[in-house]
Design a protein around this ligand. Structure first.
Ligand code: XMP
Length: 516
């Protein structure tokens, strides 16, 4: 039986990943491809593509140079198609409907009324709330299409071709604010496309493991950089199942780890049956190269470069090594501009940019198609301790990106201790698993304090906690003030050299999650 997938064609919309994730949550493996991908490619390869979803996008269908689809092209697609927002307008335009700019704009929660009860809307009430974000609207459906639902202002909220399974919806079923949005998507996937809806992240991992077993010849070895995060530990454990003693893990302690992390990682990996583990204490090398460096991108570059060097030296000691395993996951590849529709480079991600080029090793990335929460699920099914499986993401360059300006030993101490307090208190309050990340940042500013009647200069520490589905967008977490009070008091009293604790209240965008 060939594995099934739904293809999400990305027209540059901010929700393309959300669509892909929702499909996976509904048990259908999804992949995102840029709109420039020839449609024939969708039907080649090992997957059986049973449906296509056209994402939203920032353009107007009639803008010069805006991505287009032809009715003829769409008619050749042998599987059901669902256009969302821009995708909906594209379908309308392709088949000769009318799309108007600016006359019926709707943003946020909008009421939608069902006009014809199609299979897509079996589970929703006649009137339901849907999330909209559109300046353009379909005001007349193309010949041969039926209106299925209307928005409050009279735009076409949903339509379908009378004879073929071609659908368009103006609203975003993938956004949680759309009432029964998942049920609408489920109907499309299960009833219209005919998916089995039984996919689990582990399925993809097993496929990739089989691929690895077939690709790595029996006399060649693999080196794996482990950082202690759930991604790299899962990669290592996964590979050790297939490769056993042919896997060599290298853990570089760059001195920028969280409190107690190096020891914890090493003991976990040993317990998980990793036989070959090299632990490199390299803190001095990294810290001396970071001396005097203030620029965030420069800090990232140096850490990436030094990491590559240390790693290269260690890997060179493993003569049969021909492969490099990395815990790269789907969003890493997207934000580094290596996948998706060529999204702009936001920050150099260490585990992608820091590839030791000189090693000439071939790359194995068994988690490359998974989102973070899917990796956690895989980790649990491999028996990786909960402490690592549910641990918040931690950037490759470590605490260096949580220190604004120069990384000094003192700022590093403050940062490490303050981060440990934030983690501890979030866990104690039972909200650690509710947030994507919670951490402390040491700024380059000081605040005049009075401590025991004496004037004292200390650092300003910012506590940041965010909620996010995949780190691509994030909102700041609204904490209980008692929790913030406890964290603030503990940082000032226990860490020392801190005279002000602030809480960050800016979402991503515009701010990134980590400060630098
Ligand atoms: P930003 O800060 O870019 O973060 O909004 C998005 C997510 O990625 C993590 N992050 C990194 N992870 N290497 C990593 O492996 C990096 O260089 C890096 N920079 C940021 C960040 O913690 C957040 O979860």
């Amino acid at each position: 039986m060939r594995p099934q997938r739904v293809l999400v064609i990305d027209f540059g919309g901010q929700y393309a990943h959300l669509i892909a994730r929702r499909c996976r949550e509904l048990g259908v493996y999804s992949e995102i491809v840029p709109f420039t991908t020839p449609l024939e490619e969708a039907f080649s390869g090992c997957y059986e593509t049973l449906g296509i979803i056209l994402s939203g996008g920032p353009r107007s269908v009639d803008d010069p140079g805006a991505p287009r689809l032809s009715a003829e092209g769409l008619s050749r697609v042998p599987v059901p198609v669902l256009g969302i927002c821009y995708g909906h307008q594209l379908i309308a335009r392709a088949f000769g409907g009318e799309v108007e700019h600016g006359s019926l704009m709707e943003y946020g929660r909008t009421s939608v009324r069902i006009v014809e009860r199609d299979v897509l809307f079996m589970d929703v009430p006649e009137q339901f709330v849907a999330w909209m974000s559109h300046a353009d609207s379909v005001v007349r459906v193309p010949p041969g299409f039926n209106v299925l639902a209307l928005t409050e202002r009279g735009a076409v909220a949903a339509m379908r071709h009378a004879e073929r399974p071609v659908y368009g919806v103006q609203f975003h079923p993938e956004v949680r604010h759309t009432q029964m949005g998942s049920a609408i998507l489920k109907r499309f996937l299960a009833d219209v496309c005919g998916f089995r809806c039984d996919w689990r992240p582990m399925d993809r991992v097993e496929e990739l493991s089989r691929e690895i077993a077939e690709t790595v010849p029996p006399d060649e070895h693999v080196v794996c950089a482990v950082s202690g995060g759930v991604d790299s530990v899962t990669t290592a454990v996964l590979l050790s199942r297939t490769l056993g003693g042919r896997l060599h893990c290298i853990f570089v302690d760059h001195g920028l780890m969280r409190k107690g992390e190096p020891e914890q990682v090493v003991s976990t990996l040993r317990r998980m049956g990793i036989i070959n583990l090299v632990f490199v204490r390299a803190a001095d090398r990294f810290l001396s190269r970071l001396k005097g460096v203030k620029d965030p991108e420069e800090k990232r570059r140096i850490i990436g470069e030094e990491f590559a060097r240390v790693f290269e030296e260690e890997a060179a000691k493993i003569p049969k090594a021909r492969w490099l395993a990395q815990g790269t996951i789907y969003p890493d590849r997207i934000e580094s501009g290596l996948a998706g529709s060529g999204s702009a480079l936001i920050k150099t991600h260490h585990n992608v940019a820091g590839l030791p080029a000189g090693l000439r090793l071939r790359l194995v990335e068994p988690l490359r198609d998974l989102y973070k929460d899917e990796v956690r699920e895989v980790a649990r099914s491999l028996g990786i301790p909960e402490e690592i499986a549910s641990r918040h993401p931690f950037p490759g360059p470590g605490l260096a990106v949580r220190i604004i300006g120069e990384v000094t030993e003192e700022k590093l101490r403050v940062c490490r201790e303050a981060n440990a307090i934030v983690e501890e208190e979030f866990k104690r309050a039972g909200v650690y698993d509710k947030v994507w990340q919670a951490f402390a940042v040491v700024t380059d500013s000081t605040w005049t304090g009075v401590m025991g009647d004496v004037r004292a200069e200390g650092y300003v520490v910012i506590v940041r906690a965010v909620e996010s589905e995949d780190g691509m967008t994030a909102d700041w977490y609204r904490p209980d003030m008692e929790l913030i009070d406890r964290i603030s008091k503990r940082i000032v009293n226990e860490v020392g050299n801190v005279t002000m604790v602030a809480y960050a209240t800016t979402p991503k965008p515009p701010s990134t999650i980590e400060p630098c």
